[in-house]
Design a protein around this ligand. Sequence first.
Ligand code: SF4
Ligand code: SF4
Length: 236
Amino acid sequence: MYYNFLETMNKNPFNICTFNSNSNCNECKNQDKLDCKLDKNQQKISMLAVSSSLIIGVFGLIITGLIIGNWQILILYIVFIFLFFFVIEIRLTCTHCPYYAEKSRHLDCPGNNIFPKIWKFRPEPMNRYEKFGSTFGFILISAIPLLSQLYSIWFFLSNNPNASWVLIIALFGVLIATILSFLMFYSLFLLTFCQRCINFSCQFNKVPKDLVNEYLKRNPVIKNAWEKRKITNGKR
Ligand code: SF4
Ligand code: SF4
């Protein structure tokens, strides 16, 4: 039993109830209202939604490259995706998430199980610069392929006034698929996951305050860090 306790503390140094098998969830009012215990099916859905949007975005940029004869946007976009998801967004948002507190080399959370943990856990809430940076990054992720495709369609039609309708419909088809794919990605997160996510200080989080307070009550390390920032009870 002593060994089990030590093993649990090793993996869960901040004693977060999310990772604690003895967290007494049956007596907690957050049970089934928050994604405070990992659901592997939700993780798979998240990764599928994000990766399909990014793949269709890259595909649109390949078509853009073929049309305008320039591959710089595609290369920059791929570099940005890797930097944003594997380094920047993790630092700005995920390091403040309770799921980041687990002692492991990579994240294992409702969002994914691949992001490496290269930063330290920050139990305090996100500040305004982190929120701005994260929002701006997510805007760029969808705006770059959409605006580039719009430009390439304009460029193609300007230089090929007699282009076949099949080609024009195909170009607009990829554009519409990209729009729908990003709409699905953002709606899935904003309308479902963000309503239950335990990264409460994230700018997209929609969890009611009473559930936030219950989670903080059960996780003193996070509660103390929030109180130090004077952001408690409704002052999110
Ligand atoms: S908040 Fe913690 S104790 Fe409550 S249900 Fe979630 S994991 Fe269990
Ligand atoms: S903010 Fe989302 S992606 Fe990041 S660790 Fe938390 S649940 Fe995972």
